[in-house]
Design a protein around this ligand. Structure first.
Ligand code: CP3
Length: 345
């Protein structure tokens, strides 16, 4: 066994038979040990405490034996650190005190000074020091479109109406907003990579709400700007409901395209092309099905993923807060035990 994390080999399309597995939102409310350490501490405050961030990041690695840790933070942390007034409300999501309604607010959006987030680098170093060498540490950030959607809507949204109105009606202003957000996200990622994160995931969670034309002209260039700043590590790019955007999201500068549960991974690979790995994509809702159903559907995901030049097993989106952690632990064991043979079929 080598010390090269299997996740990095898969991202570089030098996978062999090993099948790496981790879960989006593996750290979080599905774990009683997470709920215990977060008791009485606001989400954004917890993200700025290296001791807590280290503990929470490592919890799912200890419990499930996943092949990667994802840095415990939030896509809104760099915005808050830059000085944007916001809150993360449990069960709701990010809420912005003064949503963007004027050009002036866009011109005055603050920059993120790396010196404002020494705790992020400190936490990354502490995690890397404790994480076994064969497990990868993934850093992450939000992509400009998804961040802009929160800033413009003021919180979670169903239709992104104001965001799309700005994009279509004031394209120059939109591009300025996204260029600023791209710089903030790139700084956040750079700090993580410079401190020891070995791969990054750029979350454009809500990009699937866009038509390909709007994505290609007004969103992809800004995501490319972010991803090009961390070209020294493997880059995973993920969004929900992005079946029609998969090729564009890969072309944005990703080594690995994250796929939700709606598109089987062999189809996804045809759409993305032969030069990128895939990540995904068991439907998180299936975690509450009887174990034999979970197992069969996981095997289907593994077989379909074998069509790609690299496969990192994951869910199609985050672990639900109500998920039974024991099912996740069993799933990791199944991927490790059965993955190599299923991939060779
Ligand atoms: O384990 C991991 O995946 C790492 C930690 C992580 C969090 N947020 C912790 C978190 C990551 C990668 C994120 C990214 C994030 N944050 C995204 C992109 C990922 C995705 O889900 O598509 C988005 C859209 C956000 C914004 C956000 N923050 C939402 C929608 C929520 C959920 C609100 C809720 O309570 O349901 C948050 C809060 C949040 N971020 C929690 C966690 C563990 C829950 C906070 C809590 O414990 O109450």
């Amino acid at each position: 066994m080598t010390d090269t994390p299997s996740l990095l080999a898969a991202a570089h399309r030098r996978q062999g038979t090993a099948l790496p597995v981790w879960f989006m939102r593996q750290a979080g409310r599905s774990l009683p040990e997470y709920r215990a350490v977060r008791e009485g501490i606001a989400m954004l405050d917890s993200c700025r405490r290296p001791d807590l961030v280290t503990e929470i990041t490592l919890q799912p690695v200890r419990r499930h034996d996943v092949d990667a840790a994802i840095f415990f933070s939030d896509i809104m942390v760099p915005l808050a650190a830059a000085g944007v007034d916001l809150e993360i409300k449990s069960g709701v999501g990010p809420v912005i005190t003064e949503p963007i309604r004027t050009a002036r607010q866009i011109h005055e959006l603050p920059e993120l000074d790396p010196a404002a987030i020494p705790d992020i680098a400190e936490a990354i170093r502490a995690i890397r020091a404790e994480l076994p060498a064969h497990k990868a540490l993934i850093g992450f950030a939000g992509a400009p479109f998804t961040l802009a959607s929160y800033l413009v809507e003021g919180g979670p949204s169903r239709d992104y109406a104001r965001t799309k109105a700005l994009m279509a009606g004031e394209p120059m202003l939109w591009d300025e907003l996204c260029a600023r957000l791209a710089r903030i996200s790139a700084t956040f990622l750079r700090v993580q990579v410079d401190a020891g994160a070995q791969a990054v995931q750029l979350f454009d969670s809500w990009a699937g709400s866009l038509a390909p034309y709007d994505y290609a002209t007004r969103v992809q260039p800004h995501s490319t700007a972010v991803l090009s700043r961390v070209a020294d590590v493997p880059r995973i790019h993920f969004g929900v409901g992005t079946g029609e955007l998969l090729r564009l999201m890969g072309a944005a500068g990703a080594d690995v395209v994250g796929v939700d549960w709606r598109v089987p991974l062999d189809h996804a690979t045809k759409r993305i092309g032969p030069d990128r790995a895939v990540q995904g994509n068991l439907d998180p809702a299936l975690l509450s099905a009887p174990w034999e159903v979970v197992a069969e559907r996981a095997r289907d995901v593994i077989r379909a993923g074998a069509a790609a030049p690299g496969h990192i097993f994951n869910l199609g989106h985050g672990v639900p807060a109500t998920a039974d952690p024991d099912v996740l632990t069993r799933l990791v064991a199944l991927v490790h035990e059965e993955g190599p043979a299923l991939r060779a079929e």
